[in-house]
Write a protein that binds this ligand. Structure first.
Ligand SMILES: [Zn+2]
Length: 230
């Protein structure tokens, strides 16, 4: 990416650099990241997920990405996702070293420390999207539904419980019912998005200015699809 390229060209190049035929020899440059709108970053993530689902990820040259990002990072997004071993955001979205910040916590909830991390990512480091990513068959969500109590996990699950109450569902409301667990996980994502807006004036302000977007999504463990929620 040449430093002198115009913003439009940079946006095009950003798309090209993230295309599957590219060897992805470098992380996002500041020019590439800054030229993208929040919607273009979301589009980039959707395309990455499509490549993952198709079994055609980029040929990541992680050592080249490590070299190019060591002196500075310009991630396009910050992702708040669950610790679940089956939902690694970088692989699901086919991104490389330096492309996204990642916060992971059981049940993809938010709290003051995560808000601080996301505020750093967007207000200090220039990320354009906050992506909250829930997933199907989430053990933390099932635990919240079933009132599991275990050490420090108890308090964490309490943060998810309002989503259990708020989920309208006519069938069996138990952690054994996969459909109900997934419905609550979806509600939990939406509530996390709203709590970020409510509890972080910095992020809410950036979103109002159009500089970032805060969006929710659900990852399906079975088919690999990441669905963005309205
Ligand atoms: Zn989970």
């Amino acid at each position: 990416m040449k430093a002198g390229a115009g913003a439009g060209a940079a946006a095009v190049m950003a798309g090209v650099a993230l295309a599957p035929q590219d060897a992805s020899a470098a992380s996002l440059t500041q020019a590439q990241r800054d030229a993208m709108t929040p919607d273009q970053v979301i589009e980039m993530m959707k395309k990455g997920n499509a490549r993952f689902r198709a079994g055609k990820p980029q040929a990541h040259d992680y050592l080249a990405q490590k070299r190019s990002s060591a002196s500075g990072q310009f991630p396009a997004a910050v992702i708040l996702s669950c610790i679940d071993s089956r939902a690694p955001a970088e692989i699901i979205l086919d991104t490389g070293i330096g492309d996204t910040f990642n916060g992971r916590i059981a049940g993809n909830i938010s709290n003051n420390d995560l808000l601080g991390s996301m505020e750093f990512a967007c207000a200090a480091a220039g990320a354009k999207v906050v992506l909250v990513m829930g997933h199907t068959a989430c053990g933390a969500v099932a635990g919240a539904i079933d009132n599991v109590e275990l050490g420090h996990l108890t308090g964490l699950l309490n943060v998810i419980k309002p989503a259990v109450e708020a989920t309208k569902y006519s069938g069996e409301r138990s952690g054994k019912n996969a459909a109900f667990v997934d419905a609550v996980a979806r509600t939990n994502v939406l509530q996390t998005v709203e709590s970020i807006r409510k509890n972080s004036p910095i992020l809410a302000g950036l979103e109002k200015e159009g500089k970032i977007k805060i969006v929710g999504s659900m990852y399906d463990l079975s088919n690999g699809m990441l669905t963005f929620l309205a």
